[in-house]
Design a protein around this ligand. Structure first.
Ligand SMILES: [Zn+2]
Ligand SMILES: [Zn+2]
Length: 188
């Protein structure tokens, strides 16, 4: 391997949204400034065709991998996160058609008092349907919780997207590097 890749996983997760006519892959950060700084120091320098997104499935979890090996090798961070399989992930996998917009966003949890009446709880019902717990028949939600996602304006178009199983990871250099550095090396 030519140069060591520095791997970064200090972010919250990844959202998948249909927006602007394309599926969007949206790494989520707790802090907007941090998201913006990481974008400008790293992703900003990546030419779109060199950006790779990998999904390495392993049981009921998957590794999200976002990297570019091309430029500024000594000053370049790649991103990864081991995440639980989710409906949104599976929907993205089925519907992405080979390309996606990459954007960063900040994510923050909101309580009932912080939002308008029409705001939707994580249970799928609105604030109006809640009185502390959800009042809709059959809903087991005990507390209104929702989140706010603020997307940064900048985006990149990613076409190098692959879904792999962990057993096949050796055939894909960036996935192999990520799992080797962040999993196998430490478990020896
Ligand atoms: Zn509910
Ligand atoms: Zn609820």
């Amino acid at each position: 391997m030519s140069s060591p890749i520095s791997w970064f996983d200090d972010f919250l997760g990844v959202a998948y949204r249909y927006f602007d006519l394309r599926m969007n892959v949206i790494p989520l950060f707790s802090d907007r400034k941090k998201a913006s700084d990481l974008w400008h120091e790293n992703v900003h320098w990546w030419p779109d065709p060199d950006i790779k997104i990998r999904f390495v499935e392993s049981g009921d979890r998957y590794w999200f991998i976002l990297a570019s090996e091309s430029v500024r090798p000594d000053h370049n961070t790649s991103f990864f996160k081991l995440l639980p399989m989710s409906e949104n992930y599976l929907r993205f996998k089925k519907g992405h058609l080979g390309e996606a917009y990459l954007r960063f966003a900040s994510y923050s949890e909101k309580e009932e008092k912080d939002v308008k009446d029409g705001a939707v709880c994580n249970c799928g019902h609105t604030k109006k349907d809640h009185n502390g717990s959800c009042t809709i028949d059959g809903c087991t939600c005990t507390k209104f919780t929702t989140f706010e996602l603020k997307m940064l304006k900048k985006k990149k178009t990613v076409t190098n997207i692959k879904f792999l199983e962990e057993k096949d990871v050796k055939d894909d250099s960036i996935s192999w590097n990520c799992l080797y550095v962040n999993k196998y090396k430490n478990s020896q």
